[in-house]
Design a protein around this ligand. Structure first.
Ligand SMILES: [Zn+2]
Length: 187
């Protein structure tokens, strides 16, 4: 009787214990096979992911659309830093990080501020908006902390994305751990 009770308690404990929800990541440019990126290229931690025309920017993780700039108001003569990205979308990820992708040709239908997204949901079509006019097609990809105030200086990238992207691609390491490592170092 005592053993059964113990066994019962054990199973109740097993099934009621909070299971650490696993976070799934998707490479932010699809199809990912034709996308390429390297370290550097900016004076801050942001990365250009080069791709073919027709490639899409997808949410790397589940989260909520935090910002979506649908009009390209960048003006070469003014060159305002807040408009350099042209058209962009940023997602506040459920993992605590903000993901920003810019130089979009257009924002995907049905994407609006406050929309819940899953990893792989299409956010926009990659093009040459903002100050990328005339450059090879690429997505400017930046990672920042959701806890940090939203501004162009933050959203363009404050945490090195290179190893995060490598992790997703190789499937051999934990993408979130690489971000946590950088975030803890204060980068
Ligand atoms: Zn860039």
């Amino acid at each position: 009787m005592g053993h059964r009770l113990l066994l019962g308690v054990f199973f109740i404990a097993l099934f009621c214990s909070p299971v650490h929800a696993e976070i799934h990541y998707t490479f932010p440019v699809q199809p990912s096979g034709s996308a390429s990126f390297s370290r550097g290229g900016h004076r801050y931690p942001g990365i250009d992911i080069f791709c073919k025309k027709g490639a899409v920017f997808v949410s790397p993780v589940s989260g909520t659309v935090e910002d979506a700039q649908k009009e390209d108001i960048w003006d070469r003569n003014v060159n305002g830093p807040e408009n350099k990205g042209g058209r962009w979308v940023s997602v506040a990820g459920d993992d605590g990080y903000r993901y920003y992708g810019s130089h979009l040709e257009r924002i995907a239908d049905g994407i609006y501020i406050g929309k819940k997204v899953k990893p792989g949901d299409v956010l926009g079509y990659i093009g040459n908006s903002g100050n990328s006019k005339g450059s090879p097609i690429h997505l400017h990809f930046g990672i920042s902390r959701v806890s940090r105030p939203y501004s162009w200086k933050v959203r363009k990238g404050e945490i090195e994305p290179y190893f995060f992207l490598q992790c997703i691609r190789s499937n051999k390491c934990d993408p979130k751990k690489t971000l946590d490592g950088y975030a803890n170092k204060g980068q």
